[in-house]
Design a binder for this molecule. Sequence first.
Ligand code: ADP
Ligand code: MG
Length: 634
Amino acid sequence: MNRKQRKWRNRIVIAIALFFATMMLEKAGALASLFGASAAYAAFALYFAIFLLAGHDVLRKAWANIRRGDPFDEAFLMTVATIGAFATIFFPETEPQSAEGCAVMLFYQVGELFQSYAVGKSRKSISSMMDIAPDYANIERDGELVEVDPDEVQVGDVIVVKPGERVPIDGTVTQGSSQLDTAALTGESIPRHVEVGADVISGCINMTGILHIQTTKPFGESTVSRILELVENASEKKAKTENFITRFARVYTPIVTFAAIFLAIIPPILGMGPWTDWVLRGLTFLVVSCPCALVISVPLSFFGGIGGASKIGVLVKGSNYLELLSKVDTVVFDKTGTLTSGSFNVVAVHPEAGVDPDYVLSNAAYAEAFSDHPIAVSIKQAYSGTIDQERIKDVKEESGHGVQATVDEHVVLVGNDKLMAEHGSAWHECDLVGTILHVSVDGDYAGHIVIADVVKEDAAETIASLHEIGVKKCVMLTGDRRDVAEAVGSEIGIDEIRAQLLPGDKVNAVEHLLAFEKGDGKLAFVGDGINDAPVLMRADVGIAMGAMGSDAAIEAADVVLMDDKPSKIARAMRIARKTMRIVWQNIIFAIGIKIAILALAALGIANMWLAVFGDVGVAMIAILNAMRAMRVDS
Ligand code: ADP
Ligand code: MG
């Protein structure tokens, strides 16, 4: 609770204490014996003073709204209802409603305070993500460490991260080794060991050793900055349900307000009873007309759901995506880097007769020198020599095919059979199962490299748990060969495989699947963004691998998995569904109770007490329920 909230709370607590004291005096007859016939006026004065103490801010707000010509908000409704109740003192033939008027304001304020506390709390859960924002970076200058604004650090500068500090900028370790706590980013509690050469992302906490890190990105493009940007924008993308509630509140409040006016005026004109009786019923209507239970609890539930997902390392870019995620019944996976780790091992090098195997590998590594494709990264790792970039020119990457480059004036092609066929180069099959990289130099076939990827540890579990929560179809798309795709597919239990697809074919495949989506079912595509960013955009929900995925993927995706574990998808879907359940529970519960109280009030059975308890009580229960969305069982 912040200072403002504490002051507010103290004021309300005092007002409540005074309220009960006054009530006791009144009931015990103390007021009657002191003031005799004017006891009702004394009670009025006391309650009204307490009312002002508790609700002066509400009154001021209502007044400001009226002056702006935009009166239909809760402050206005409460003001009219309570002042109306106090006004009964001027009608001697009715029972005065001073206590009721005061109570309505008190409980309304209790509800408001509670609301503000709940919103603050769920904002905190998201901003515990915000805590990942570092405010300085250490740089070594003349043998001394100085703290500088992370924005000032240039790409390629070496920063020093001491134990206990957060890594401020993405980079590569150049000195030292340590354990990193990645929990804030991934929800994973097991620390990650890093040493020289390891890539580290900003936002992790350095736990044990001093690390020297050469930055690879400016601060603004580092992981932390991007996450914060995503989280900050998340609340702007509203879910359909959320928009529905906003629209609903906009018509509900005026309708009930006008109904209140009718109820107060028409029946007494028709001679159906005394004015005061009907005016009171009208005022009760006003108390119930406040839509706060809905207006606050629905966004709060979504907020909680997004916060809950972020706790397990899943970033959802808006409540609309959370809503869509809850309806996903088809999940389409990219293979490389999504279901498989994307770090290929070289299984075999098969040179043509008379060719040195090293010649095949070195040409491949040179041609791939500038590519970020997982295959390229793996080949460069397998090649033990250093790569002299001066010797390479005219690099052309053909997505889904391979690369072409000129190395020492020789045209080198590295890629699959499609690439070879396209350039009219000779090649031949291999009987090993694996991804085959053909290498040709100046049109002469040099041989091929067989590489294999490992299936991610949690890939099979992912498919199983998706099926378990009712996903109908899991499909794998890949640009790789059919035999590799089938081996992976059967190992993890995927339902459908499409192999040898070019990036454009992947879009077509997803469009085809989208056309078959029935009713409310949605399609999610999961990829690493290397050659598949367009597909991420096309799917109902695009899910990207955040740690190893490309920047384009994180940009194009609606949901980002911080630690590249596909199994988080099923968990995120569970959170999404739970959130939607809570949202609908709140909507039905709040509207139901309100309608019931309105009916009772119209019949004259419900008095103001019931109305205010109904209103504030419903709001509190709805808010408590909404906060459940934040809790995730890990
Ligand atoms: P996936 O669909 O499995 O993610 P891609 O669409 O990225 O795969 O690539 C499909 C195929 O294209 C690869 O299996 C490989 O044969 C070839 N390929 C793509 N990029 C490269 C590259 N940089 N070097 C060699 N081959 C490549
Ligand atoms: Mg890919």
